[in-house]
Write a protein that binds this ligand. Structure first.
Ligand SMILES: Nc1nc2c(c(=O)[nH]1)N[C@H]1C(S)=C(S)[C@@H](COP(=O)(O)O)O[C@H]1N2
Ligand SMILES: [Mo]
Length: 254
């Protein structure tokens, strides 16, 4: 039978092994320690340990029961975006920059010519609803590989065309970020088609991220630039995303 002493010893042993993880992490990389030590780091670490490389569930055509409910921005107002939308995004380019060996700029034609992945997946919004749709796009990993991320790059930051609000220092544009583990996950794609048709403006045309093991707000719509960074401390309010800057979790695992 467990007595109080055994419990205490067990607790001490657990605490010790916990410290050991932190200490060896400290020796290797002090930033890693900071991540583990934070509450969010613990949540992310635990979720990662449980999901591993698992795929998010995929569905069948019969599971697509309704249109894809648009949420957040549905029609970016910037002049640049309006002009592009009016010409079928013929002069759209995706820029991949930052900590890469070869910055690249790709047209929609170039993106759609790359090998694609199609997946029927669900978007779960933090507001409590979800929608299933069929997405087709280019694996984000293939696009990053073209740009050759430097070894020190840790996050992909997605910059979007839609301003969500106006602050004293100007317009505040939507942005998101994921780490390179999620970026190279096989279901992480830059989608340009939805339910067999070009991606509608309301759902993020011409290109939006699908990162299937996280909540809807991670799936940046209207992406124009992917910036590879070592830290997102200097971007926006420093939390790695428009919504993380406003109190939501950066790692929104489901
Ligand atoms: N650029 C941009 N991306 C965005 C948003 C946004 O307002 N702007 N809203 C997010 C939220 S909260 C959700 S739930 C999904 C909604 O995607 P949908 O419009 O295709 O349903 O987009 C996400 N991506
Ligand atoms: Mo959302």
């Amino acid at each position: 039978m467990l007595d109080r002493r055994t419990l205490l010893l067990g607790g001490a042993a657990l605490a010790l092994s916990g410290c050991k993880i932190f200490d060896s992490a400290t020796e290797r990389d002090s930033r890693l320690r900071a991540v583990f030590a934070s509450q969010e780091g613990l949540t992310k670490f635990a979720q990662r340990a449980m999901i591993g490389d698992r795929l998010a569930p995929e569905f069948t055509e019969a599971d697509i029961r309704q249109g894809m409910r648009p949420n957040g921005s549905v029609d970016p107002a910037s002049a640049d975006y309006r002009r592009m939308a009016n010409t079928g995004f013929a002069d759209y380019r995706l820029t991949v920059t930052g900590m890469v060996e070869t910055p690249v700029s790709l047209s929609l034609a170039e993106l759609t010519a790359m090998p694609s992945r199609t997946q029927i997946t669900r978007l779960d919004c933090v507001e409590g609803w979800s929608c299933i749709a069929k997405w087709r796009g280019v694996p984000l990993g293939s696009v990053l590989t073209l740009a050759k991320p430097k070894l020190t790059a840790r996050y992909a930051v997605f910059h979007c065309f839609d301003a969500r609000e106006r602050s004293l220092s100007g317009e505040v544009f939507y942005y998101e970020s994921i780490d390179l583990i999620d970026a190279y996950h096989p279901q992480t794609i830059l989608a340009y088609a939805m339910n067999g048709a070009p991606l509608p403006v309301a759902n993020g045309a011409p290109l939006r991220l699908r990162v299937e093991r996280q909540l809807g707000y991670k799936m940046a719509k209207y992406v124009h630039t992917i910036d590879l960074v070592e830290s997102f401390a200097d971007i926006g309010l420093g939390k790695g995303s428009y919504w993380a800057d406003r109190g939501y979790e950066w790692y929104a695992g489901i």
